[in-house]
Unconditional design. Structure first.
Length: 379
């Protein structure tokens, strides 16, 4: 248990002061921008989603869903959210809008749930209104529940076919379960909006395998994005001491953890077989060593930063930066650029807004929501 406490502390410790946005323009290789604080005063914000009316929903890990409207944070949280396990790395995590939100007003929340001394990652569906949530229904609960306060995942992303991808960590103490198809731990899952497994999932009908599994062999995935142009699913996960990964997911594929990985355990010992590549294991598209502790990410497809078009923008907790991964047409990383290092604090999430601007959340108390706005050299 001491090892768990150490790992949780390493991932969550980094100053508590609220960072001010950098003054003046920030110049990078392919863009110059200013950082604008949209709202501050958030408590460990984790995920965000953009509403059709221009507002935003932001989750706070202690268990609150917040509404940002007209550039201001509504004083009262949105009522009707789930009861969450807000200890260690647990709490209220991601939020996603239904693809048909304009018609059904449905949102999805992922969170840590506790029961009988054990915990798991859950997904709730609810009908949203600014006054509160209604028609709440838990559509998925990862199995099995275990005693751990770490590695819940959990990002949500809708596929181009309307199915929902959910990431679940291996819970730190059950790392071998990432290779066990009889559990949801250490997996990326694919479910329908009612929580069932689509019939074309790769392990449907396989004896001893959970049908919701899409890929396995993951450690603690906290970044997930679907390319709307081609349906490609990009996933990011924390390594241990080194070995953070960017993966391009293939249905049914094994991504290695904890047998095959880059980096080492926190105590310096070898991970699994000690190999970083092996037959039958999908290699990452990109990895970081030493670890930057990556978190939320976006695939930038907007028109406000043309130099970033088609690139991945990844937030980092440990190094407190944004990593831009320049992708070629085949999905290979040809270059990495880092910016905003130490300027704002721990970057928990990165998203592209409907306006084509880039939005960041800082996992601090107080934390903030920031917007990157392009400027000309004269501006």
């Amino acid at each position: 248990m001491r090892t768990i406490a150490l790992a949780v502390a390493m991932l969550s410790a980094a100053g508590c002061a609220h960072a001010a946005a950098p003054q003046g323009p920030v110049r990078t290789e392919k863009a110059t921008f200013r950082v604008v604080e949209v709202v501050g005063g958030l408590e460990n914000p984790w995920g965000m989603a953009f509403l059709p009316d221009g507002g935003m929903l932001v989750t706070e890990r202690p268990g609150r869903l917040r509404l940002v409207e007209n550039g201001k944070l509504r004083a009262e949280p949105v009522k009707g959210g789930p009861e969450v396990y807000a200890r260690g790395q647990g709490g209220l995590l991601d939020v996603a809008l239904d693809p048909a939100f304009a018609q059904n007003r449905r949102i999805y929340l992922s969170y840590a749930h506790a029961e009988g001394g054990k915990t798991t990652t859950r997904v709730m569906r609810a009908r949203y209104a600014p006054e509160g949530l209604s028609e709440q229904k838990v559509i998925f609960s990862a199995e099995p529940m275990i005693q751990s306060s770490a590695h819940f995942g959990s990002r949500l992303a809708f596929g181009t076919d309307g199915t929902l991808f959910v990431t679940v960590g291996e819970r730190f103490v059950a790392r071998q379960d990432a290779q066990n198809l009889a559990t949801d731990l250490g997996k990326v899952l694919r479910i329908t909006t009612d929580g069932t497994a689509p019939p074309d999932n790769p392990f449907v009908g396989r004896e001893g395998a959970r049908p919701e599994i899409y890929t396995f062999g993951h450690r603690n995935p906290q970044g997930l994005v679907v390319d709307p142009r081609n349906g490609r699913v990009w996933e990011q996960e924390h390594g241990a001491m080194g070995g953070d990964e960017i993966n391009l997911l293939k249905p049914g594929a094994n991504y290695g953890w904890p047998e095959v990985a880059y980096g080492k355990n926190y105590d310096g010992t070898t991970i699994g077989t000690g190999r970083s590549i092996a037959p039958g294991v999908e290699a990452p598209v990109f990895y970081w060593d030493p670890s930057i502790a990556p978190s939320g990410m976006t695939l930038y497809l907007g028109d406000r930063f043309p130099g970033w078009n088609g690139d991945l923008l990844v937030g980092a907790l440990k190094y407190q930066l944004v990593s831009r991964l320049d992708l070629d047409e085949e999905g290979r990383v040809v270059k990495e650029e880092r910016f905003l290092e130490g300027a704002l604090g721990r970057i928990r999430d990165v998203r592209t807004g409907p306006d084509g601007l880039v939005y960041l959340l800082t996992d601090e108390d107080p934390g903030g929501l920031y917007r990157l706005e392009p400027v000309t050299e004269a501006g």
